[in-house]
Every structure is written in structure tokens, then in C-alpha cells.
Design a protein around this ligand. Structure first.
Ligand SMILES: [Zn+2]
Length: 264
């Protein structure tokens, strides 16, 4: 089901299999001018296509390749011939969406292939222009869009919660910290996040998140230096990991610890 919220000239389209849902059981796309940012999960693709029928959308940008951001791509491309743009590292993943965990398929459905092109440095619509900011960490292909004159920052899954403690295996928290600093320096006025939060004057929230992530990283490195394994560190810092059991190990505090200990 879709839940529509308007904020200034931006329309937030919240999508979920369930009514009255909140993160992590929903994903948001944003419609501004002729641009759609992300397309939500597969399970709401048809509803999204119906909603967009008379909205004049010409272009779709995916912030990254995760299934809850590209699930509507195929039907939108098929029905409306939308051009899809994404980071170069996302292109092949969008044309061949990776296998999901069974619990994910049950909630979100499985994204069908679509064809995206490499995004440039700037995306222009009739009334706005969006700077493309590469913001790896959550995934290596993650981008944010910044509309400087309005102070709007579309942050995808980069900034989700202030005190994260779970991660996928692919994440790298040190890169996330650099990306968060990068977007903080832009001094955005409003942050439009994929999980659903629209955050006004987000600098304090971004600063708190950066500080927490840096301090947590230092604690993890110190414990690792004492010889503790990632599993032992996760247990000591975050306790029992229910999320890991529910998500078959996809999201876990051990992954979160590991995401600080990767060596490039
Ligand atoms: Zn994601």
C-alpha cells in the first residue's frame, strides 16, 4: 500500500506490504518535478505505477541497488519508458537483481530486471537541479541527490537511525562516516530519507550520528586489539541479537562490528 505525504514541492511515497507500517517494514520514494527518486519494493510496483500515471514523471534515479529501492523499476520502465540512472557500480545489479533471503521475498517480493544508465554529476528537471553525491558505506554504489537552492538532500539509506547497531555484510562504517561528513558539509536544510523520516535542520542529528559511529569504531578496534573476536565484541557491546535470528543472519550486530574491522 502507498501512503502519500507532501512536503514543500516534494511528494513522499511510502510503500509497504502492510498498512500503518514504519521502518524497517517500509521504503520511501520521492517525487519532485519530473523526477522520481527510488521506486520502492516489487510488492507495491503496480500501485506505484498507477499513482504515477498522470504525474509527468520522466526520469528515475536509484540511490542504490537494494531491492526496496529498485523494485518498481521494471514496471515503470515498461509502462512509461522511464529513463533510469544510477551509480556505475549499481548498473549490472539493477539489470540482474541479486537473490534475496526467503524472509525478504515474503515481505517485499523479488525485483525484476530493468535497464539503468550511468548517472552524471548533475540531474536537471524543469524547475530544479540535483547534484549527485557519491556516498558509499551502506553500499558501495550509494548516491545522494542535493538540490542546493532549496537545501534538499535526498539521502537514501545513508542516514537512517542515530545509533545503528546492525548491518549487512557489505557495509563499511568508516566509509559511512566519511559520507555523512560529506553531506553535513553541504549544510542541507531538509533531509529526505528512504526509511520515511523527513528531517528539518539535520546538522545536529548528523553530528550525533557521526560522533556515535566514530566512538563505537574506536571501542570496537580497542576490543579487537585485545584479541576478542567480532562475535564476542558484538555480544559485549550490544547483547543478544534478535535481529540476526529473524533475518537469518542478514542483519546482525556481528556484521556491524565486522563493518569496522575490514581492511581494504
Ligand atoms: Zn539499502
Amino acid at each position: 500500500m502507498l501512503t502519500i505525504t507532501r512536503y514543500e514541492e516534494v511528494t513522499q511515497i511510502k510503500m509497504s506490504l502492510f498498512s500503518e507500517s514504519h521502518p524497517p517494514l517500509c521504503a520511501c520514494a520521492y517525487l519532485v518535478d519530473s523526477l522520481l527518486i527510488d521506486s520502492g519494493p516489487d510488492c507495491t510496483g503496480k500501485e506505484l505505477a498507477d499513482f504515477l500515471k498522470d504525474k509527468g514523471v520522466k526520469l528515475l534515479v536509484n540511490t542504490h541497488y537494494h531491492h526496496d529501492h529498485i523494485g518498481g523499476n521494471a514496471i515503470l520502465q515498461q509502462n512509461y519508458g522511464l529513463e533510469i540512472l544510477a551509480h556505475p557500480a549499481a548498473i549490472s545489479r539493477i539489470s540482474q537483481p541479486p537473490q534475496l533471503y526467503p524472509y525478504q521475498e515474503a515481505i517485499w517480493g523479488h525485483s525484476l530486471p530493468s535497464q539503468a544508465k550511468e548517472i552524471g554529476k548533475l540531474v536537471k528537471t524543469p524547475h530544479f537541479q540535483f547534484e549527485v553525491i557519491h556516498t558509499p558505506g551502506h553500499s558501495d554504489d550509494h548516491i545522494c541527490l542535493f538540490e542546493r537552492s532549496k537545501g534538499w538532500l535526498f539521502s537514501g539509506d545513508l542516514a537512517t537511525v542515530t545509533h545503528p547497531r546492525l548491518a549487512r555484510a557489505e557495509e563499511n562504517q568508516w566509509e559511512t562516516i566519511i559520507s555523512l561528513k560529506k553531506i553535513k558539509e553541504l549544510r542541507p536544510r531538509v533531509l529526505f530519507t528512504a526509511p520515511e523520516y523527513i528531517i528539518t535542520e539535520p546538522s545536529t542529528m548528523l553530528e550525533k550520528t557521526i560522533q556515535y559511529l566514530e566512538e563505537t569504531g574506536q571501542r570496537i578496534r580497542a576490543l579487537s586489539g585485545k584479541g576478542l573476536s567480532p562475535a564476542e565484541i558484538a555480544k559485549q557491546l550490544f547483547g543478544e541479537d534478535i535481529a540476526a535470528q529473524i533475518t537469518e543472519g542478514q542483519f546482525s550486530s556481528e556484521n556491524f562490528v565486522n563493518s569496522y574491522l575490514k581492511v581494504d
